[in-house]
Each structure stands twice: as structure tokens, then as C-alpha cells.
Ligand binder design. Structure first.
Ligand code: PRP
Length: 204
């Protein structure tokens, strides 16, 4: 696994206890994320020159990554969003998700790049890719910033990938724990006490 390097909590950037309370370790720093996002943007800009891609993100964790990625592109691109919701956690485990916000842009004949902040089991991505493919885009590729491959149930080809994540609960840069921590500029490991006191099935 890539992310061997980490800093203890007392090296967390700045002095913002309200923001960093419950984080035990930095996994990827703001600078590491910035560099990786720049590298992804460079590859995407190279591959999509002259193709005016439609870049689609699934709300809402992706907005942080998407905003930074898009600003680092050196080509023109269009943006749209989709949002999903689980019927129940059991339904989600079976790969059933519900579209609660559809695209505003027709994608038939377009070069589509689908962006995710994190891929865990792969069930959400699998569902969404099937849905998008049925609309007959000219091409459809995937870019994921954080890959928790140890949790994968379905193998999905990912063209652009940022970081591997360990099999722990990770927050920051869009990833939440009960809607908290999304706005951390780095990615960190959640303290076990926080997790144990507020158990949830949702790593996103
Ligand atoms: C995250 C992420 C994916 C999904 C991945 O979303 O953005 O959509 O989880 O999980 P999977 O591979 O197991 O299907 P989440 O439901 O946490 O919503 P959020 O982006 O609003 O936090």
C-alpha cells in the first residue's frame, strides 16, 4: 500500500482543534494531495485535448476534488453533477442506489469522464456507469482520487487513480464521518473512539 508515510496528530497543520478533533493521524497531506491532483489534471488534459469532455461528479464528497481538478486542467471542459441515495443500507449492499439528481446535460455522443472521490465496494460506481453507458456517450472513463481496494466487491477499470486508502475509516478532502470532516484540507485517520461511539456503515 502506498500510504506508509504519515504524521502523528501533533503535526497536524495549524492549530484548529475544532476542525481536527478526532483525527489521530495525517495520511495524505494537503501538499501531497495538491501534487497528485495536478498530476491527474495533467494526464486528463493530455488525453482529452480537443475533445471538450463532460466531467461528471457524484455528490457530494466529490466537490472538493472536482473543484481543484477542474481548476488544474489546461483544456476546456464542461461540468455536471449527479446525486444518488440508498434505499436502505441493505439495498446498498446489493448495489441498489436511487438517482435523486440527474444530469442536466445530454451525454449521447459526448466524451464523458466520471469523477469519484472514493471507491469502496464499487457498487455505486457500477450502478452509475451502467446508467451512463445506456445513454450512449462517445467514451466513458473513470477518475477516482481515493481507492479503498481492500473493500472492493466488483472489479471496475479505473483509468485515472490518485491514492490507495488503507482499510480504516478515513476522513477529509470530501470524505466525511456523519457529514463531519469533509472540509479538512488533508486526509486523516479517524480515532477509533470516535468511530466506536458513533458506528455507521458509511465510509464516504
Ligand atoms: C461515497 C462515494 C461513492 C460511494 C462509494 O459516497 O462518493 O459514491 O461512497 O462507495 P461504494 O464503492 O461502496 O459504492 P457517499 O455515499 O459516502 O456519499 P457522499 O459523497 O455524499 O459522502
Amino acid at each position: 500500500m502506498k500510504n506508509k508515510r504519515s504524521s502523528p496528530v501533533d503535526e497536524l497543520p495549524g492549530d484548529h482543534p475544532e476542525l481536527t478533533s478526532g483525527i489521530r493521524q495525517v495520511l495524505y497531506t494537503e501538499e501531497q494531495i495538491r501534487q497528485q491532483v495536478a498530476a491527474l489534471a495533467q494526464a486528463i488534459s493530455r488525453d482529452y485535448t480537443g475533445r471538450n469532455p463532460l466531467i461528471i461528479g457524484v455528490l457530494k464528497g466529490v466537490v472538493f476534488f472536482m473543484a481543484d481538478l477542474l481548476r488544474a486542467l489546461t483544456i476546456s471542459a464542461e461540468v455536471d453533477f449527479i446525486a444518488v441515495s440508498s434505499y436502505t443500507s441493505e439495498a446498498r449492499e446489493r448495489g441498489m442506489v436511487r438517482l435523486v439528481k440527474d444530469l442536466e446535460t445530454p451525454i449521447s455522443g459526448r466524451h464523458v469522464l466520471f469523477i469519484e472521490d472514493v471507491i469502496d465496494t464499487g457498487l455505486t460506481l457500477h450502478y452509475l456507469l451502467q446508467n451512463l453507458r445506456a445513454r450512449q456517450p462517445a467514451s466513458l472513463e473513470v477518475c477516482v482520487l481515493f481507492d479503498k481496494s481492500s473493500s472492493r466487491l466488483l472489479n471496475i477499470p479505473i483509468k485515472y487513480k490518485g491514492f490507495d486508502l488503507p482499510p480504516y475509516f478515513v476522513v477529509g478532502y470530501g470524505l466525511d464521518f456523519r457529514e463531519k470532516y469533509r472540509n479538512l484540507p488533508f486526509v486523516g485517520l479517524l480515532s477509533p473512539e470516535v468511530f466506536e461511539n458513533n458506528k455507521t456503515t458509511n465510509q464516504g
